[in-house]
Design a protein around this ligand. Structure first.
Ligand code: SAM
Length: 329
């Protein structure tokens, strides 16, 4: 079975946030004011998430990405990953993690079938890492990356968000990692999410700017199409390199037309678009005893309200507001 939204986008990917908690406090993610964490009872129980994913899979969702907050801080996450992988129709399970706990958990993750790993890492320098994340755990993250490489997790992706005045000077160093390792290093344009009161168009380093820096250092990149999925990354290689360089350009080349995602928030809301605040509550109906037919209806409803696109790249912060008002956020 396949799931399409009214714009005929095929939706087969669900991004599931299992917690709002995180063991880092990155400057671009945490708001300036103190954020309340959700209580135990406010977040979905694993059985509730699995039920929703099972219904989504029966409609056509086949890929699940587990994220947070930081997913590896939630107790029971390994068994949860194993259960996800066992659901009918789920062909691919991946995790987005900051990698702090990866060194100690990589083996257990390998035992439940090596979910694909995306590791967010914004600096290769321990001091800078502390400035960005408020934490001294750079070495732990790096151990996690090394352990995942040893255990042959593949593809192993490192996501870096270059921000002007913070870490843009490390672009070439990240690209260099691909020369003799099979890593996929992906540069993601900084978006007005999370602590979006800090976002300004001029501190977003665009993919073209990142690519220019890399090509100045390593020469022209060559397109890399092997293993290309329907994901949003444009992939290249430095000639002769083992790894891959990807550019994800939500600001300068929005990929809304090929968006295949829905999101489930930790507190049980379906969010059809990252850049819209419009959400559909599925926790209350589940806890009120609804049947699976009602969950199907809510999943289909979320497709009806999935926005056509966002407008951030067009008009900077004004585009952000326009996006929100257009889609009711
Ligand atoms: N804790 C997990 C992690 O670190 O991967 C999952 C949450 S984190 C918010 C998910 C991803 O979003 C990371 O790759 C991070 O770099 C990226 N990210 C966070 N804020 C961003 C922003 N404003 N623009 C672009 N990417 C952002």
């Amino acid at each position: 079975m396949s799931l399409y939204d009214p714009l005929q986008r095929r939706i087969d990917y669900l991004r599931v946030s299992v917690t709002d908690r995180c063991n880092l406090a990155c400057v671009y993610c945490k708001p300036r004011t103190k954020m309340k964490v959700l209580t135990h009872d406010q977040i979905l129980r694993y059985e509730e998430i699995l039920r929703l994913v099972r219904v989504a899979a029966s409609l056509g969702i086949s890929h699940v990405r587990v994220t947070g907050g930081e997913p590896l801080v939630r107790r029971g996450i390994i068994d949860f990953i194993a259960s996800l992988r066992g659901l009918d129709g789920i062909k691919d399970v991946s995790i987005t993690t900051n990698g702090v706990l990866l060194g100690e958990m990589a083996e257990a993750l390998a035992e439940v079938g090596k979910p694909r790993l995306n590791i967010s890492l914004d600096s290769l320098n321990a001091r800078k890492f502390r400035e960005i994340t408020g934490s001294d755990s750079w070495a732990a993250v790096w151990r996690g990356v090394a352990r995942a490489e040893e255990l042959d997790f593949y593809p192993l992706k490192i996501n870096m968000v270059p921000v002007r005045g913070i870490n843009e000077d490390e672009v070439a160093d990240f690209a260099r990692l691909t020369l003799d390792r099979r890593l996929h290093v992906r540069f993601i344009e900084f978006m007005p999410i999370g602590a979006n009161d800090r976002w300004r168009r001029d501190i977003c380093v665009t993919s073209d700017q990142v690519r220019a820096v890399i090509e100045q250092e390593f020469g022209p990149l060559i397109p890399y199409t092997a293993g290309k999925t329907a994901g949003p990354s444009d992939n290249y290689q430095i000639p002769g390199a083992h790894g891959v360089i990807g550019f994800i350009s939500p600001i300068t080349k929005h990929f809304c037309v090929t968006c295949r995602r829905l999101r489930l928030t930790a507190d049980g809301r379906i969010r059809p678009c990252l850049l819209s605040d419009t959400e559909i509550d599925v926790k209350s109906p589940m806890r009120g005893g609804c049947d699976d037919g009602e969950l199907e209806r809510l999943l289909r409803l979320s497709l009806e309200i999935k926005p056509e696109r966002h407008y951030i790249g067009d008009q900077g912060a004004r585009g952000y507001k326009r996006t929100m008002s257009r889609i009711g956020g």
